[in-house]
Design a protein around this ligand. Structure first.
Ligand SMILES: Cc1cc2nc3c(=O)[nH]c(=O)nc-3n(C[C@H](O)[C@H](O)[C@H](O)COP(=O)(O)OP(=O)(O)OC[C@H]3O[C@@H](n4cnc5c(N)ncnc54)[C@H](O)[C@@H]3O)c2cc1C
Length: 390
């Protein structure tokens, strides 16, 4: 049995709905302009949320449509085919917010936040990476100290590459809550509400994923309520368990679906271009070298699709899937770079200019083996989980 060959009808219908949304609300020229400007219009996400799709990672009990990861991943794939403008905020709401609060939030936090997330009213940003901490997240330094009465938390330090910090209602932030010597211990997640005094944002310029800015976020005696500890009191000092838990397995799926969507767009555009561009008296798709490259790209894409949806199906069933989600992230990210470069080559000079979308696809895909846990980190995870002797 394969998920992919038997896509349920409700997913196929959902894809059609998203395709109609994309055609109506995300014309190519506007998507290019938003990418140039590092932004996406808030009203675009509002219209997407009005379709009811933000509840796909939230249980019905908390106002969602019931956790359907395959549907959420299909939405990401379809949106990403056009560009990051709508898919970015969708991920910040449904995965950064919906999945993390569903998996790790206290009952109170679930009742407070999940209904709003399901309606698309809240966006989260991730505060994991720091200036001196990339893949090695157990080494985060940003400190979080409780006041004597235990009611407040004081945060000092800085996070780097915090995508969407300027539009997020909360930064889902990994902080050190005890001495650094105790590796994997003394870490917690806290929610930093928008507008907290002592928090400043400093945008970084970058070539990929430009639906918003990524920022350095600096905390100088930033004070938040201890109600903001993710998981409530029981969540204090359990940050590493949350990071290594089910939420992270699921997390790898969103960036992989984003990658697949962009790679699909690259293949579709190159495929069409090759049939229209005439050189030496025939469409370039008639030249065997180009023909073979296009087929190679499409075959790689098919393999990516199988990897992603198999891992998603396992995660949706709540079966063990840490290895499969890492394999999907690794394979799809690395293979999509190969796909992008093939498709760009097929379009010749036009794969490099701003009048076409190919140069954006390439910029976005080049970053995918780095963001969301680098390819090497996925290899380490797979080797460790499979017990490969070190
Ligand atoms: C556009 C963009 C958006 C981002 N958004 C966010 C965000 O919203 N929130 C957030 O927290 N972070 C975000 N990031 C950060 C991203 O997740 C990190 O860049 C990523 O985790 C890698 O960290 P690093 O770049 O510091 O690389 P490093 O960890 O310094 O690694 C550099 C290289 O060395 C390799 N390497 C390091 N250690 C090992 C090892 N033990 N074994 C093998 N190889 C190793 C890595 O694979 C990599 O190739 C974003 C990054 C970008 C570019």
């Amino acid at each position: 049995m394969s998920y992919f060959t038997d896509e349920p009808e409700h997913i196929a219908l959902l894809r059609q709905t998203i395709k109609r949304f994309v055609d109506a609300e995300m014309p190519r020229e506007l998507v290019r302009q938003w990418d140039r400007e590092h932004r996406s219009p808030p009203e675009l996400f509002r219209k997407l949320a009005d379709l009811g799709v933000c509840g796909l990672t939230v249980d019905e009990e908390y106002g969602g449509q019931g956790r359907d990861l395959v549907a959420a991943v299909a939405v990401i794939e379809e949106l990403a085919r056009r560009g990051g403008a709508a898919v970015g905020p969708f991920i910040h709401c449904t995965f950064y917010g919906g999945i993390n609060i569903s998996e790790n939030g206290s009952e109170e936090q679930k009742r407070e936040l999940l209904p709003k997330l399901a309606r698309g009213e809240l966006l989260f940003a991730y505060g994991l990476t720091e200036p001196d901490v990339g893949g090695d997240l157990a080494s985060v330094k940003t400190s979080c100290v409780r006041t004597d009465d235990g009611k407040k938390l004081i945060i000092n330090g800085s996070k780097r590459w915090c995508t969407g910090a300027e539009f997020a209602h909360y930064i889902y932030c990994l902080v050190r809550t005890g001495p650094e010597e105790a590796r994997y211990k003394n870490l917690s997640f806290v929610l930093i509400p928008k507008g907290t005094a002592g928090v400043s944002l400093h945008p970084i310029d970058h070539i990929n994923i430009r639906y918003t800015l990524s920022s350095d976020v600096v905390f100088e005696d930033a004070e938040i309520s201890s109600d903001m500890i993710v998981g409530g009191e029981a969540g204090w000092q359990t940050g590493w368990n949350m990071l290594a838990g089910e939420a992270l397995d699921v997390e790898k799926l969103e960036i992989t679906a984003y990658t697949l969507g962009v790679a699909c767009a690259a293949v579709e555009d190159a495929w069409q271009y090759a049939q229209e561009r005439v050189q030496f008296g025939k469409p370039i798709s008639g030249h065997q070298a180009v023909r073979h490259e296009l087929v190679e790209a499409r075959t790689k894409l098919q393999a990516c699709r199988h990897m992603l949806y198999h891992a998603t199906w396992l995660a949706n069933e709540r079966r063990p899937c840490s290895v499969e989600t890492s394999m999907a992230k690794l394979f799809v990210a690395d293979t999509s770079v190969e796909i992008a470069l093939i498709c760009q080559r097929v379009m010749g000079a036009y794969g490099l200019c701003g009048e076409y979308d190919m140069e954006r696809y390439v910029r976005d895909l080049l970053g995918m083996p780095i963001v969301g846990g680098s390819s090497n980190m996925q290899k380490n995870n797979i080797a460790n989980r499979l017990g490969l002797r070190a």
